[in-house]
Design a protein around this ligand. Structure first.
Ligand code: ADP
Length: 351
């Protein structure tokens, strides 16, 4: 992927590390977010996502590495630009609106230097963009959680930041509303051409909103790629497991660089003959075949999950999770036949 340069430069982190006492929370992280791009920073709780975002914002003193915004150094060995001069917008899970200010005044909060009429005009514009026009003179306690979160986004967007930093901004919202606000947020950010770093522990959120996803574990970035690539070509077992439930079998690599799975032989990539491999496959890799084709598996459990069915199936020795399109649930004990779709199978060296 070409590197953003000059005008296209948004946010650049290079070789950033951070310790809290003896604990290394961020370990040599380099990330680039181009203008107009949304990068999802995804990982489990405690892996260092928020610290990375806080370092980009200047809310945490940089200990090692460099932070640039729009190509200009914001923090590095030579010193640090304070948060309020970095032109970053921020939205957190706890949206922290000012309770004593109206929606209009909340949105206009960061526009201190503009004349009052222009502040009001900009507040009205952003309230309109985010469907808050009817609430412009309301106070935050009169708004729903979703409306409050949209005010927080409008407040962050109004000063036209170069970089937007979002830290779990939708976690407190219920799921249908959350989808709506996610889509609306993407639209607003894309139209403004803002470089956005979105911190989330939710793979679906990262995939729905991100142009690219950086997957983080224990302070390190494991993979940066498009949502379809991280899902279909995970770089590590951790990435594979973090994005969905997985099935796993340990196998030895045979002559010809293959692993003999119960479903048939699969290529083992570059793994040497005789080495131990970990075959991983996603539940949707299991595809039902006609009787007489594929591996016979007994249904141990079947659950309807709306658009699809989750089946637990077993050989007696091995148990797998399968994901099939919605339909009637097979009774426990039914024998079904399955093959593997190689597109959702991954072979790694066994740890
Ligand atoms: P995430 O956002 O992925 O949940 P954080 O960046 O918040 O992760 O935290 C990374 C690690 O640093 C965690 O182990 C956390 O406990 C620790 N940590 C975060 N903030 C502080 C702090 N202010 N003081 C000490 N340790 C902290």
């Amino acid at each position: 992927m070409p590197e953003p340069k000059g005008e296209a430069a948004g946010l650049d982190l290079t070789g950033v590390s951070h310790r809290y006492g003896a604990r290394l929370a961020v370990d040599n992280v380099s990330l680039k977010v181009a203008r107009g791009e949304i990068l999802g920073l995804l990982g489990p709780s405690g892996c260092g996502k928020s610290t990375t975002l806080r370092l980009a914002a200047g809310l945490e003193d940089l200990q090692q590495g460099e932070v640039r915004i729009g190509g200009e150094v914001m923090a590095g060995p030579g010193g640090s630009v304070p948060t309020e001069q970095r032109h970053v917008g921020m939205v957190f899970q706890d949206h922290a609106l000012f309770p004593h200010l109206s929606v209009a005044d909340n949105i206009a909060f960061g526009l201190g230097r503009l004349p009052a009429a222009e502040r009001r005009q900009r507040a009205e514009y952003w309230a309109g963009r985010l469907g808050l026009a009817a609430h412009i003179d309301s106070y935050p306690h009169r708004l729903s959680g979703g409306e409050q979160q949209r005010v927080a986004l409008a407040r962050a967007m109004a000063p036209e930041p170069r970089v937007m930093l979002l830290d779990e901004p939708f976690s407190s919202l219920d799921s249908r509303l959350r989808d709506q606000i996610r889509d609306q947020t993407v639209e607003v950010l894309k139209q403004a051409g803002t470089a956005t770093l979105l911190v989330t522990h939710d793979p679906e959120e990262a995939m729905r909103m991100g142009d690219r996803i950086a997957i983080m574990q224990a302070g390190r970035i494991e993979q940066v790629d498009s949502p379809d690539r991280v899902y279909a070509a995970p770089a590590t077992p951790f990435v594979a497991r973090f994005l969905s439930e997985t099935n796993e079998i340990r196998l030895r690599v045979t002559a010809g660089g293959r692993v003999e799975s119960p479903f048939g032989a699969l290529p083992a990539g570059a793994l040497p003959e005789g080495s131990e491999a970990l075959l991983m496959f996603r539940p949707e890799a299991l595809q039902e075949r006609e009787t007489g084709h594929g591996l016979a598996l007994k249904v141990e459990r079947a659950t309807a999950l709306g658009a699809y069915r989750r089946l637990e199936v077993s050989t007696g020795m091995l148990r797998f999770a399968a994901r099939l399109p919605a339909g009637p649930l097979p009774p426990t004990g039914t024998v079904l036949h399955f093959g593997l779709n190689p597109d959702f199978c991954f072979v790694f060296p066994a740890a």
